[in-house]
Design a protein around this ligand. Structure first.
Ligand SMILES: [Mg+2]
Length: 214
């Protein structure tokens, strides 16, 4: 069908390649994910206390506005634990709350063998990246564009433009897959093809792009 017109797959990590619940904003209120709830539990503090302690540090780290070292240092101090323990708590919490979508990785690597470019467009901070994006899997992607490394996050148009530039294909030759509606919009605006991800089953049987995965 339309299979020939796609040259690159650009795909999200949290909620797609790493299955699990990400944090959300609803009506201006931060809805913490299981990772943050788990962290509060590990630290033996309330979720409100936890959120007060991470303050703006966590959000700033997503776009790399605070360095990895600085954010670990600040959070360790706020929580009163050493940085090694802090790192371990976060990595364990992410691993507990997310699982790698092996079926989807297999499909993507098959597409790569067929000549498609595969790339990641993801919002992460340093510790979620370390926990959710193991090098041994992600080195197989043509491009990995991650907010804490490039200094801009979705849904800022700039990160999508960066992806287009790196992939060296036109937006209409890109299939963008993400589990959040607000991240789909800028991709569409640029002219990319898009799928709002809900499950592997839904993705692989997509009306327009299902054949790609066969
Ligand atoms: Mg996501």
């Amino acid at each position: 069908m339309k299979k020939q017109s796609i040259k690159a797959i650009l795909i999200d990590v949290g909620g797609v390649l790493a299955l699990g619940e990400s944090s959300n904003w609803k009506k201006g209120k931060f809805i913490p994910s299981g990772v943050h709830l788990n962290m509060a539990k590990k630290l033996k503090i309330s979720i409100d206390q936890y959120l007060d302690s991470i303050d703006t540090n966590y959000v700033s780290a997503i776009t790399g506005k605070i360095s990895k070292q600085k954010v670990i240092e600040t959070l360790s101090r706020n929580f009163g634990i050493d940085s090694k323990k802090l790192k371990k708590f976060y990595i364990d919490s992410y691993k507990k709350n997310f699982k790698q979508n092996k079926e989807l990785f297999n499909k993507l690597f098959k597409l790569k063998k067929q000549g498609y470019k595969i790339a990641v467009l993801s919002d992460q901070w340093f510790l979620s990246k370390e926990a959710l994006m193991p090098e041994k899997i992600y080195k197989n992607f043509d491009e990995t564009i991650v907010s804490c490394d490039v200094g801009v996050r979705k849904p800022n148009q700039k990160i999508y433009q960066l992806a287009v530039k790196k992939l060296k294909v036109s937006p209409k030759e890109i299939l963008f897959i993400d589990n959040q509606k607000w991240n789909i919009l800028p991709a569409k605006k640029l002219g990319m093809n898009t799928i709002l991800f809900k499950s592997n089953k839904q993705l692989f049987s997509d009306e327009k792009w299902g054949n790609l995965w066969k």
